[in-house]
Design a binder for this molecule. Structure first.
Ligand SMILES: NC(=O)c1ccc[n+]([C@@H]2O[C@H](COP(=O)([O-])OP(=O)(O)OC[C@H]3O[C@@H](n4cnc5c(N)ncnc54)[C@H](OP(=O)(O)O)[C@@H]3O)[C@@H](O)[C@H]2O)c1
Length: 511
């Protein structure tokens, strides 16, 4: 059969009756993926959700009921198919209380084995996405936990593993970045002939350094030293931060341990609000670009290090969920292979930082009143991207001037810190975390992902779109993302009417 001319979905029958273990469903990407499965793959066998207890909800079932099932991501499904939604939750959602960074997820040997006997594939979405996480914590969740995933896949009979990674495992590599195993730009790690890098002794060295820090410091100082250690080690080997470094290490563990078995490394770029599904603009949490936008909207930051001509790679979360499901279906179709896919926009539909800023600024100027959680008034200053050297020079001068001012005011009895000082600190702190991402010197390519979508055929391209060329950036940023950020992530005033308008516009655009 000529697959590319297939007019029926290949993905749906491949996922039919399958039981998928998913981690990270209390998070942003995990929720969007779970909703898509529930809504679009009605014949799925079931989902096993590994969730750890937290302060409010001690076990996975309680967290599912209170943090996942109640999420606005399911509004559409609950509205249109309330019985189906409840039935799915009751009969096909299986909650497992587990901490995936602990051996066997913290389950007993028999529980872990029993879990392995029930599942057909693993989608690992859990991670610490804190760029400046303490090194030991980041290693535990982003690297060591992959050994537990491998063990479970082994018990289950070498079932497919889809690892949700990140395009930024590419570290300091520059230029066009393809969907392959990433070679570090620094250090001298040995590459095995089958592609992965040997990282065991590097991880042992990191553990020794961590133990050394633990032996010397306590409390806040310990935390700060572990953060610094992570950044130092990441930089020394070619990554900007601890998050991306430990995610890369995790990829190597999987590539090595799952040689000859089914593994897909699925790397999204910066995941932002959904383009269309389940509703345009759905988003949870404030990360990367949105943290800077929020600081600007709150008049804390009006200039930032950035390269206006650089391609800032943003990808809507529904396209990420679709990529995960397509690559999962592919693994059921032809098991035993390794694939690397980048779910990104830079290569196919580049959005420069300059254009990104201009669209957001235009929306802020024209419609600031619609964003109660973002803007309290029309922005008075433009947002300016300057190069890092200039940013550092300006902040240094401003720091000096503000120090003088606060000393003088201190002598006059003024005790509070100056607002300008607080704003400057906010800008410096955001720049320390995010400036690597706003001065991009790389362009992520997704040719393999697009070919996968082509191979799956037109029906799957319509059901599970992954192609960023469908995005009209002006419309997306101004009429989808900003309203979504205000309404869903920041829980702003109900934008039901606005959302209805958005849906209508998006549908018109799609047609
Ligand atoms: N968001 C992005 O822009 C982006 C970009 C590229 C790649 N990614 C990748 O996409 C995936 C999901 O990211 P996200 O944005 O959805 O992150 P998120 O909202 O922070 O969610 C992270 C998820 O991981 C879970 N988790 C963390 N540590 C855990 C542990 N020790 N045991 C069990 N679960 C744990 C969290 O559970 P708790 O609720 O218990 O903390 C949460 O469900 C990650 O693998 C990330 O690397 C994200």
């Amino acid at each position: 059969m000529d697959i590319s001319s297939s007019t029926v979905s290949q993905t749906l029958p491949l996922l039919k009756g399958k039981h998928i273990l998913i981690t990270g469903t209390t998070g942003f990407v995990g929720k969007v993926m779970l909703e898509k499965i529930m809504r679009t793959v009605p014949d799925i066998g079931g989902v096993y959700l590994v969730i750890r207890g937290n302060k409010k909800h001690a076990n996975a079932g309680s967290r599912f009921a209170n943090e996942i099932a109640t999420s606005s991501v399911f509004e559409h499904l609950k509205l249109n198919s309330p019985d189906y939604f409840n039935d799915f939750c009751d009969n096909r959602v299986h909650c497992i209380s587990g901490e995936i960074s602990e051996p066997q997820f913290g389950l007993s040997r028999s529980e872990f084995r029993a879990l392995g006997g029930k599942i057909d594939a693993i989608v690992n979405c859990a991670a610490s996405v804190n760029f400046r996480e303490e090194l030991d914590r980041a290693l535990a969740i982003n690297t060591h936990s992959l050994r537990n995933i491998v063990e479970l896949s082994d018990i289950a009979g070498n079932i497919p593993v889809i690892q949700v990674s990140t395009c930024y495992v590419n570290g300091f590599n520059k230029g066009p970045i393809h969907e392959t195993v990433v070679k570090p730009t620094r250090g001298e790690l040995t590459q095995h002939k089958s592609g992965y890098f040997e990282v065991c002794s590097l991880i042992q060295e990191l553990e020794l350094k961590i133990a050394d820090v633990h032996s010397q410091y306590q409390g806040k100082e310990l935390k700060s030293q572990l953060i610094d250690l992570g950044i130092r080690e990441a930089n020394a080997l070619g990554w900007n931060d601890t998050y991306t470094f430990t995610k890369w290490l995790g990829e190597q563990i999987l590539l090595k341990s799952l040689r000859g078995y089914s593994l897909t490394l699925l790397r999204p770029s910066i995941v932002e609000s959904t383009l269309n599904e389940p509703s345009p603009g759905w988003i949870e949490g404030v990360k990367v670009a949105d943290a800077i936008l929020l600081a600007y909207a709150k008049e804390k930051v009006s200039f930032f290090p950035g390269k206006r001509s650089g391609v800032i790679d943003v990808i809507p979360a529904d396209l990420v969920a679709n990529s995960i499901l397509l690559s999962l279906a592919e693994q059921f179709k032809a098991p035993g292979n390794h694939h690397v896919y980048q779910c990104c926009s830079g290569g196919a539909n580049p959005l420069t930082l300059g254009t990104f800023i201009d669209h957001l600024m235009a929306e802020a100027k024209e419609n600031h009143g619609a964003y109660d959680k973002l803007f309290s008034r029309r922005p008075r200053k433009p947002f300016i991207a300057v190069n890092k050297r200039l940013f550092n020079a300006i902040t240094l001068c401003m720091s000096f001037v503000l120090l003088m001012a606060s000393q003088t005011l201190g002598k006059l009895g003024w005790k509070r810190s100056l607002k300008a000082r607080r704003n400057l600190d906010a800008a410096i702190s955001l720049s320390t975390i995010f400036s690597f991402y706003t001065e991009p010197e790389y362009i992520f390519r997704n040719d393999k992902l697009i070919n996968l979508a082509k191979r799956m055929g037109p029906a799957d391209q319509a059901l599970f779109p992954v192609d960023a060329r469908a995005i009209n950036w002006e419309h997306y940023l101004r009429k989808v993302h900003m309203p979504g950020l205000n309404c869903y992530a920041l829980k702003g005033k109900s934008q039901t009417a606005t959302n209805r308008k958005i849906v209508a516009t998006s549908q018109k655009q799609a047609a």
